[in-house]
Design a protein around this ligand. Structure first.
Ligand SMILES: Nc1nc2c(ncn2[C@@H]2O[C@H](COP(=O)(O)OP(=O)(O)OP(=O)(O)O)[C@@H](O)[C@H]2O)c(=O)[nH]1
Ligand SMILES: [Mg+2]
Length: 210
């Protein structure tokens, strides 16, 4: 993992500049989360979903979705706690065929948010496995989509086979305060991992829950 760097922020004080990746399955709310918190106009790369893509991109559970990220999202948020810092937020595309972009987007990131859509929890396995294997600290934030069953933090931790050290929080990616809580949880976790890293033990989740 790359150590955080400092750079001049707004005002006189130097700010920690931290790169954060927002990942998760197709339609889990990555673009929405960055849009709800960014203090600058977020950069998005949305394209219309067409019928031609239906055989490739399963819309099960996300009917009504009309656009998808084809490259990345970017936003920025300055925090004052736990200390002054500027978060550079990079969202991954959700579709498998754009997975080759993950390495570039994750390069130098101090942490990641894995968004889990409770209607399609298993879609977050690839992101969880990816950050575990890279040794990138991450939190799992789960959305409650309208009409979806309600899950507790314990249910999600269990279903995704997450060890205690990985924070799990519920969130509404559309809500500024909720997203802020997710990001602060991640920053605290990532900073703690910098001082006391723990070994990653990727679990064979698909086998355990198939
Ligand atoms: N109820 C609810 N809806 C949400 C939440 N987050 C996102 N949505 C909705 O879900 C839809 C998809 O959100 P996106 O932000 O485009 O999802 P994404 O993960 O960026 O999608 P891809 O880039 O295609 O993988 C949008 O209509 C959002 O308004 C949430 O926390 N709760
Ligand atoms: Mg998106």
């Amino acid at each position: 993992m790359t150590a955080p760097t400092t750079q001049p922020g707004p005002g006189a004080a130097a700010h920690l500049a931290l790169k954060i990746v927002v990942a998760g399955g197709f339609g889990a709310g990555k673009t929405t989360l960055i849009g709800s918190i960014s203090e600058i106009e977020p950069l998005t790369t949305e394209e219309i979903l067409t019928e031609a893509g239906e055989p490739i991109d399963s819309l099960d559970g996300v009917h009504g979705k009309v656009t998808t990220t084809v490259s990345l999202d970017h936003g920025r948020r300055t925090l004052t706690v736990p200390e002054p810092m500027m978060l550079q937020l990079f969202g991954t595309p959700g579709q498998d065929r754009f997975r080759f972009l993950w390495d570039d987007l994750s390069q130098g990131a101090v942490g990641a948010v894995v968004l889990a859509d409770t209607r399609r929890l298993a879609d977050s396995f690839p992101s969880i496995d990816y950050f575990e294997e890279r040794g990138t600290p991450f939190v799992v934030a789960f959305n409650h989509f309208d009409g979806a069953d309600r899950y507790t933090t314990g249910h999600v931790r269990n279903a995704l086979d997450l060890p205690e050290r990985v924070p799990v929080v519920d969130c509404d990616a559309r809500d500024f305060g909720s997203t802020l809580t997710v990001l602060k949880t991640l920053v605290r976790h990532a900073l703690a991992c910098l001082t006391s890293p723990s070994p990653n033990q990727p679990a064979d989740r698909r086998a355990a829950h198939s």
